[in-house]
Design a protein around this ligand. Sequence first.
Ligand code: SF4
Length: 225
Amino acid sequence: MNLRVHSYESFGAVDGPGIRLVVFLQGCPLRCIFCHNPDTWAADKGTETPVEEIVRKARRMRPYLGNDGGVTFSGGEPLMQAEAVLEATKALQAEGFHVAIDTSGGIDSEAAYALLDAADLILLDVKAPDPERFREVTGVSQEANRRVFDHLRETRKPVWIRQVVAEGLNDTPAERAATEAYIAGLNVQRIDRLPYHELGLHKYEELGIPYRGAALRPPKKEALR
Ligand code: SF4
């Protein structure tokens, strides 16, 4: 099968344990207010890439990935291409690579669950614990997201939680408590609160897409502790 690839990062150090080949996939069903990769949204763009090519890339990088590293599928939203990513995941694991999936958990198809089950680690984005706020932040309903979180609870899959924190969005103690309640019961191995930044804003201008996050600001340090 083929994957639609947006881009690669060959020495990723923040998307899972160790040094990683990060494969950024094309296509995302969400429209997050703070997204700095709007160029990944369109599902019909990117480069059609056979699974075998990804495996070959990982093989070439094996000396750098070492025992701790591996391959991370990020996006965009990897669950949008769940069947092909599952095939790639199994092929990589058969050669001893650790595979992580970086997802917002916004798709609850059978194929998505099969991929979540097969992956070694899920990097799980928390968009917003409150359903109304979730829709405001992502543009879509929270229902699929809640079901995916429940599935990850049931399967005890190891997860790293990631949350973008912005002043004026979710930097209060009450928002933090609500997030902690939303992730309760998950097999959480690590939590990263990532400061909102404006590095991707030029992409909105280039794509001619209005930026919805103009009122957001980077958080104060205390909000990230
Ligand atoms: S899930 Fe990620 S790629 Fe998709 S809109 Fe949100 S921040 Fe952007």
